[in-house]
Design a protein around this ligand. Structure first.
Ligand SMILES: Cc1cc2nc3c(=O)[nH]c(=O)nc-3n(C[C@H](O)[C@H](O)[C@H](O)COP(=O)(O)O)c2cc1C
Length: 187
């Protein structure tokens, strides 16, 4: 990884990768709050500021790890659950990002889109400070008990992402289709 402080915006965007393996050290809380401060400048139709950032302490993260292990145990058995519990227990930083639900489906969709932009802002900012993120949307994030753990109502909040963050132990490689394949030029 190049010195993140020296990266241009384009380089941060290109070089950011979803990180699956982290070093144990937890990034400083002030850096995470600064990332949230940056995240909220995402484009947002009607400026509803629909996003909420839930920072999980070790106790709450352990509850999520436990809930997930129970769900895996019910579906795939105790060995799979134990492996998942072990893997998830290594994650240094936990944040859940939610977006406001609405009776107006267009508003809710646009708010979801804005919250996704906010997550990318947050992720790019953290990457530029050497911190990697994994954005996940596993089944656990839609479970009733998950909402109880986070002390929020499913009718009012959509979980957009469960973000794991920390200093990368490994940075995966990725590729994208050539630009020519994804562009339609019109007269
Ligand atoms: C909405 C959303 C949900 C995702 N959920 C998962 C997930 O559940 N598990 C996972 O390993 N990666 C998840 N990812 C990360 C993608 O797998 C990752 O972005 C993709 O493999 C491309 O890799 P890159 O981010 O390094 O470019 C998610 C990404 C997004 C935007």
């Amino acid at each position: 990884m190049q010195d993140p402080a020296e990266l241009s915006v384009a380089e941060v965007i290109r070089q950011r990768r979803t990180v699956h393996l982290f070093k144990p050290e937890v990034p400083p809380r002030d850096l995470i709050l600064e990332a949230i401060d940056v995240a909220r400048w995402a484009p947002n139709h009607r400026v509803t500021e629909p996003w909420r950032f839930h920072l999980l302490g070790t106790q709450t993260a352990a509850q999520v790890v436990d809930l997930n292990a129970r769900l895996i145990a019910a579906k795939s058995g105790p060995d799979a659950a134990a492996a998942k519990r072990q893997q998830w227990s290594q994650v240094p930083g936990w944040m859940i990002v939610t977006s406001a639900r609405s009776n107006d489906s267009m508003l809710e969709t646009e708010d979801y889109a804005a919250t996704c932009c906010a997550i990318q802002n947050l992720t790019l900012f953290l990457w530029s400070h050497g911190v990697g993120v994994k954005w996940t949307t596993g089944n656990v994030t839609r479970h009733d008990e998950f909402f109880q753990i986070l002390n929020m109502a499913p009718a009012e909040n959509r979980v957009v992402g469960m973000l794991w963050y920390g200093y990368p132990a490994e940075v995966p490689t990725q590729s994208r289709k050539p630009v020519a394949e994804i562009v339609q030029e019109l007269p």
